[in-house]
Design a protein around this ligand. Structure first.
Ligand code: SF4
Ligand code: SF4
Length: 420
């Protein structure tokens, strides 16, 4: 066994905690998770059954922690864990799982399969069975501070445009501000209007907030690739900056995985409770709405629907807030079938969008989103994740659908009552 393979088996063994052991031992092989996973429903291929994707983890658990598995291993009758086996599973673990958690919702024995995929990636990454795109993104995130290689001057340039457009100063590195707003590189490069939108909304609501020049990137390539050391380092950068600036709340941007990484995985990764709160931008905006600090005017008249990003809705519980906010500015809001906590993934989360090898399957499974949109004859799709947004735009183009994809934060900003 090569050293890398030994390390992978060791890493997988290390991932087998009490929940994983209980999940693996309680699977009744009912196959219900298959019907919940869009990679299975849209291809009909049984290899995309969610529980099948965690076979590397299951094999190690069986051979290291069960009586029969250990006996078979001793007798040389157990299925071996080899480089070929891990290579075969790599596309199942990375290309065809967005860690959307839909399968975890339907399992009759309560197995959190998405949690196990995350754990399986830890072993795959150590053995080098990782897509190149994710390796590149994680390397840039560690060395440059952004998976897309975006540095502060690029953000500074966008801030300059916002200041010119709106005529007020965008706060950067303000010590003692209440809110530290994080961004994703995709917003900085592809959707800079988002920066203008939060600046406009916070100015309107009289919020004390800041951006940081040292830690502005919220996405976490370490979580996506499955390397906890990288994930921890990236979370720690945000924690250190929040502590240095003494902010009360860190605001996760319109990005699903960033929210999961900092809010739910963050404290476990750095091994301490944060001294500040973490909120998704939609939670902050809904709080402002409740407090009467968001005054809007006019309504969108086209038929709008909402795509719940998996990490924000199903995994993060932010389901009511976007609906409260959309209803402030949309007169014809309709829900897609399966909207809310059982919404279908767009197909690009969990690092799948960073992985060029997954382009074909990602667009194939987009069929499901297409059907959801067709069912309600939507004239516009609102979302709150820049990663979903960019993939949905590509998917709509592929399927020749003319449906604009709109950011919820940006739409709200457009409807704000002019303070003057
Ligand atoms: S987490 Fe989502 S994409 Fe991954 S196996 Fe489960 S349903 Fe499929
Ligand atoms: S739904 Fe749960 S019990 Fe059924 S096969 Fe999938 S993981 Fe096993």
């Amino acid at each position: 066994m090569s050293t890398k393979l030994e390390q992978a088996v060791h890493a997988l063994k290390e991932q087998i905690d009490a929940p994983v052991a209980s999940f693996l031992s309680s699977c009744v092989h009912c196959g219900m998770c298959a019907e919940a996973c869009l990679f299975h429903t849209e291809t009909g291929d049984p290899k995309y059954t969610p529980i099948v994707k965690v076979e590397p983890l299951r094999r190690v658990w069986q051979q290291e922690f069960t009586f029969w598995g250990r006996l078979l291993k001793k007798l040389g009758l157990a299925k071996p864990i080899t480089d070929e086996f891990l290579s075969k599973w790599e596309p199942l673990v990375y290309d065809s799982c967005t860690m959307c958690g839909r399968c975890s919702m339907v399992c009759p024995v309560g197995n959190d399969i998405a949690y196990m995929i995350r754990k399986t990636r830890e072993g795959m990454a150590i053995s080098g069975h990782v897509p190149d795109g994710l390796v590149g993104a994680a390397t840039r995130a560690v060395n440059i501070g952004s998976p897309m290689g975006v540095k502060f001057p690029a953000l500074q340039a966008q801030i300059g445009h916002v200041e010119e457009d709106y005529g007020f100063k965008v706060p950067v590195d303000v010590e003692g501000a209440d809110y530290l707003c994080m961004l994703s590189s995709m917003e900085i490069m592809n959707f800079p209007e988002y920066i203008g939108a939060i600046a406009k909304i916070f100015d309107h609501a009289g919020i004390s907030w800041t951006l940081s020049s040292k830690a502005f990137e919220a996405t976490n390539s370490g979580v996506q690739i499955g390397v906890s050391d990288i994930a921890t380092e990236l979370v720690q950068r945000i924690v250190s900056e929040a502590e240095r600036l003494k902010v009360k709340v860190v605001v996760s941007p319109e990005c699903g995985h960033a929210y999961t990484a900092i809010r739910w995985e963050g404290p476990n990764l750095v091994g301490k409770k944060f001294g500040f709160k973490v909120r998704h931008i939609l939670e902050v905006l809904d709080e402002l709405r409740k407090d009467g600090r968001l005054k809007t005017e006019g309504m969108e008249e086209s038929r709008l629907t909402y795509h719940d990003p998996c990490q924000i809705g199903r995994r993060g519980g932010v389901l009511e807030q976007p609906r409260n906010l959309i209803n402030m500015v949309a007169s014809d809001f309709v829900e897609m079938p399966d909207a809310g906590k059982m919404n279908w993934c767009c197909g690009a989360g969990g690092g799948v969008s960073t992985n060029e090898r997954a382009d074909e399957i990602r667009l194939k499974v987009f069929q499901r989103k297409k059907e959801q949109l067709e069912a309600v004859q939507a004239e516009g799709l609102v979302s709150a994740c820049s990663n979903c947004r960019i993939h949905i735009e590509v998917g709509l183009e592929k399927y020749h659908m003319d449906v604009p994809v709109i950011s919820l934060t940006e739409t709200l900003a457009e409807h704000l009552v002019d303070k003057k």
